[in-house]
Design a protein around this ligand. Structure first.
Ligand SMILES: [Zn+2]
Length: 589
């Protein structure tokens, strides 16, 4: 990777305050010197995301993500390092040192965007040509106006295997670039490259910054599978993006309508509901949920009325609730999907759908109704089972007033006294709280150790040493002037774990060269390593603050280093073992 100068990166960080930038994506509260909020990188209801204003870094105790302002932008805008730096440079009105910005990965990403854009143009051109007549007829047959087709940039992939490949080649794209964009693939013999999409109507997928990142292609019959999508590429991750979010983010509504398919979204847009989005051929993911959370205050689920659609609805409710997003569920009458419904109402499509929207219940109404349908309410046992399940659902509500309203409803519905329902709900809540605490503790414990394993696999075998090493490194980063003092007492070879040794050398070298230790950590380490390093420097309450404490940590490292390892013990003769043992005892006195 071409390297940006330390000065430039320092300037970028200085001019882009992390707290201020983060506040444009999420709600933050001040807590002492720090800022806290709900983590934008995992779903949670109690804030574990911390911004440390003194050193411009963040760390989430829930998911273990951490870093500096550049890491934050990489994660939240889904950019690579160079792109994030560029983003921040633009934000601060700085120009990039051009020569440094020709990192090959970034270049390939740019070429993929360009190839996709050219492909979208090609498909659109074909749709309006003779070759695309069948495609155009198909889309018009599904009720789409020409203006809608243009607005979404829909297109047609002709019924041949080399059309797009030849076109892109003539525009200067290399085979490698086209393959990286997943627009073509190598034939099994390896002698030719074939178009991925042929004889399909094409739906370009555009990200919130206006880049064409992928395509969905639909065959024009009802054979299954109907859709073929771009596989994941350098610029596209299907579980991270949503169809038409680029349109929805500009809508005036506070809600997003979550649909199953591209055609539903397009029909809704045509009827004036520009806040519709769809997943990209997969079930809703937690990543998509955090993405939606940035653009809305509420999600309205509008899936198909068939059994698969209803299953997907329950699943989506769970995921969205977990992320703390309020949910409403739309049920379309007569088992239609939204696209069919709007088409059937013709000019009245907008009013008809608005009517359904206005009458849509929240997810609790939906779930209770589904539950009621599952039990025989005339049978006492059926009624009892219904009530038991319904009370479980009520326990999932965070809002006490909401719980009270539904307790009254349930009481009316079943003839069971409201007090006894409320009593059941209360004991359910207590049980839930106990379980939550237990789960959270074990999640934090296993989460932390698993992460340690990934970045520093030796950590678990050398707990004492690794902890002392981490504390020492944190101390060094905060007190670079103590480098000489530490170096006189502790050599890099004395470190027990390799990862921490490398870090110690890295920071020492930077300090010796009069550079701030942390400035380029994000450039020089992987995402997991960056998180780990930030957890080291931010999350330890036992970082030595005095020289005495520092000496103690140096002492622990030296002692642990001298300790015989398991293999030393296994391979030693009886005399050697006695030696090791007495040495070990001496060290531990
Ligand atoms: Zn988190």
């Amino acid at each position: 990777m071409a390297r940006l100068s330390d000065d430039f990166i320092s300037e970028i960080k200085y001019r882009n305050d992390l707290g201020e930038l983060a506040a444009s994506y999420m709600q933050l509260k001040r807590r002492g010197r720090n800022l806290v909020g709900l983590c934008p990188f995992h779903g949670e209801k109690t804030p574990s995301f911390n911004i440390y204003t003194e050193n411009g870094s963040f760390y989430c105790f829930g998911c273990g993500t951490g870093g500096d302002v550049i890491t934050f932008v990489m994660k939240i805008e889904n950019l690579d390092y160079m792109e994030a730096v560029k983003f921040l440079a633009e934000r601060a009105g700085m120009s990039m040192p051009e020569d440094d910005y020709d990192d090959s990965m970034s270049r390939l990403r740019t070429r993929i965007y360009e190839a996709n854009r050219e492909a979208a143009r090609f498909f659109y051109g074909k749709l309006t040509s003779k070759e695309g007549a069948e495609g155009l007829r198909y889309l018009r047959g599904r009720g789409l106006a020409d203006s809608t087709i243009r607005h979404f940039g829909l297109g047609f992939a002709p019924d041949e295997r080399f059309a797009l490949g030849n076109h892109l080649r003539s525009r200067g794209f290399t085979e490698a670039e086209m393959i990286a964009a997943n627009l073509v693939f190598k034939s099994r013999s390896g002698n030719s490259v074939l178009d991925r999409f042929y004889n399909r109507v094409m739906f370009p997928i555009i990200d919130v910054r206006g880049n064409v990142i992928a395509f969905g292609g639909r065959i024009m019959t009802d054979q299954k599978p109907k859709y073929l999508n771009t596989s994941d590429t350098l610029v596209f991750n299907k579980s991270y993006n949503l169809f038409s979010l680029n349109n929805a983010k500009n809508s005036k509504s506070d809600a997003l309508i979550l649909c199953e398919g591209y055609m539903d979204v397009i029909s809704l847009n045509q009827a004036g509901f520009t806040n519709a989005v769809a997943t990209l051929g997969t079930a809703l993911t937690a990543d998509q949920t955090s993405l939606m959370k940035r653009y809305c205050k509420e999600v309205i689920i509008c899936y198909d009325a068939d059994e698969a659609g209803q299953k997907a609805t329950s699943r989506a409710i769970d995921i969205l609730r977990r992320a703390g997003l309020p949910v409403r569920v739309i049920s379309i009458p007569d088992g239609k999907d939204p696209d069919e419904f709007i088409r059937r109402h013709g000019d009245q499509g907008h009013a008809a759908f608005q009517n359904i929207l206005d009458n849509s219940g929240n997810d609790m109404d939906y779930r209770l109704r589904k539950l009621r349908e599952a039990y025989d309410m005339n049978d006492p046992q059926g009624k009892f089972n219904y009530l038991t399940e319904a009370i479980k659902l009520l326990c999932e509500l965070d809002n006490a007033m909401e719980r009270d309203i539904y307790a009254s409803k349930l009481s009316d519905e079943t003839g069971v006294g409201k007090e006894s329902i409320t009593e059941q709900v209360k004991s359910g809540l207590r049980r839930k709280e106990r379980n939550r605490r237990r789960e959270e503790t074990s999640r934090v414990q296993t989460g932390l150790s698993a992460r340690d394993d990934k970045v520093n696999p030796q950590h678990k075998d050398h707990l004492r040493a690794a902890t002392a090493e981490e504390n020492l490194i944190a101390y060094l980063v905060k007190n670079p002037d103590k480098l000489t003092y530490i170096h006189e007492r502790l050599k890099a070879e004395d470190f027990v774990t390799d990862f921490n040794r490398k870090l110690y050398i890295y920071f020492s070298e930077r300090i010796l060269n009069n550079l701030d230790p942390m400035t380029t950590v994000t450039a020089d380490y992987s995402a997991d390593e960056v998180s780990k390093i930030h957890s080291m420097i931010n999350s330890r309450s036992d970082i030595p603050k005095t020289k005495e404490a520092l000496d103690e940590f140096i002492g622990v490292i030296l002692k642990e280093k001298a300790k015989p390892t398991e293999s030393d013990i296994k391979n030693s003769s009886p005399e050697q073992f006695a030696d090791l043992f007495s040495q070990f005892r001496k060290n531990h006195q």
